[in-house]
Design a protein around this ligand. Structure first.
Ligand code: AMP
Length: 282
């Protein structure tokens, strides 16, 4: 496995693979890898001849006051995880390699990005779309792998790939959780012992919602209310949003009569965590 820092080195490597007729999968990450990321790498390794993992904490997707500086980083550990999982190349650029002086071209989306996380993080998806577009152009993969954990991001990237005719298959992968249900996240490292325990309320409240859905409740407000009520039982939790939206267009629904995304962002102390489930009525 090679680790490279420049766009040219990636291009050269991919060109050589293409000459041999090999297929390429891309797994974009911000590093500090865990089993969630690893599941994406595993899937890519199983479906492509070669796998590129990008490790880049993208400054453009962080707003003022967010955790860009404190975001956890450990390249040696990440390299070990990628190597073990069978990745072939890590692309680990400096911000200046991705954004030269005077960089001024952005990829923005009029739909899908205004609600859910886009409300609290208004510049986030512009940063995500711009960096993922660049990665798509640099790596030119056959397939790219994204986690359902960031459900809105997955929907946005799928839509962008279609709109901009990237010709790349976007593969969504299920959420990997800790044994007690907490969705794995690099940001979980911010939680102290007490907060780690409190963070369970995200998955537990989603399960509460799922119980109602499984029992046949189809009124989105009732399901949402039950989730919110459960979240309020945890003193350390502060709700950013809880929403039930159409999985196709991310618009809020009244009746659950199609596949929906039940999504939330909740602060546990200072740490903002997200979680979700997809639900499709019979
Ligand atoms: P990040 O490094 O947090 O930007 O995440 C990189 C990719 O890994 C994104 O596509 C995430 O959705 C995905 N990912 C992060 N956590 C998980 C998880 N617990 N399960 C599945 N995928 C995940």
């Amino acid at each position: 496995m090679k680790i490279v820092n420049t766009v040219n080195e990636v291009r050269e490597q991919v060109k050589a693979w293409r000459k041999e007729g090999l297929t390429v999968g891309l797994v974009p990450t911000m590093g500090y890898l865990h089993e969630g990321h690893q599941s994406l790498i595993d899937r890519s390794v199983s479906e492509n001849d070669r796998t590129v993992v990008s490790v880049f904490v993208n400054p453009m997707q962080f707003g003022p006051g967010e955790d860009l500086e404190s975001y956890p980083r450990d390249m040696d550990r990440d390299a070990g995880i990628c190597e073990k999982a069978g990745a072939d190349l890590i692309f680990h650029p400096e911000p200046s390699e991705m954004y030269h002086d005077g960089f001024s071209t952005f990829v923005d989306m009029d739909t899908l990005t205004g609600g859910l996380c886009g409300k609290t993080r208004p510049i986030h998806f512009r940063g995500v779309c711009t960096v993922v577009s660049k990665l798509f152009h640099i790596v030119t993969p056959d397939r790219a792998y994204f986690g359902q954990k960031d459900a809105q991001q997955l929907a946005v990237i799928r839509h962008m790939a279609e709109d901009l005719s990237f010709g790349i298959e976007i593969v969504g992968c299920p959420i990997v959780r800790e044994e007690d249900g907490l969705a794995k996240s690099s940001r979980n490292t911010y939680l102290n012992k007490e907060e780690r325990k409190a963070a369970l309320i995200l998955s537990q409240s989603l399960q509460e919602g799922k119980k109602l859905l499984d029992a046949g409740e189809r009124d989105a407000k009732k399901v949402r209310d039950a989730i919110v009520e459960k979240l309020r039982l945890e003193a350390l939790a502060k709700i950013d949003y809880v929403e039930i939206v159409d999985w196709k267009n991310l618009e809020p629904v009244g009746q659950i009569d199609r596949q929906v995304l039940v999504a939330m962002a909740v602060y546990i102390g200072k740490t903002r965590l997200i979680d979700n489930i997809l639900y499709e009525p019979e």
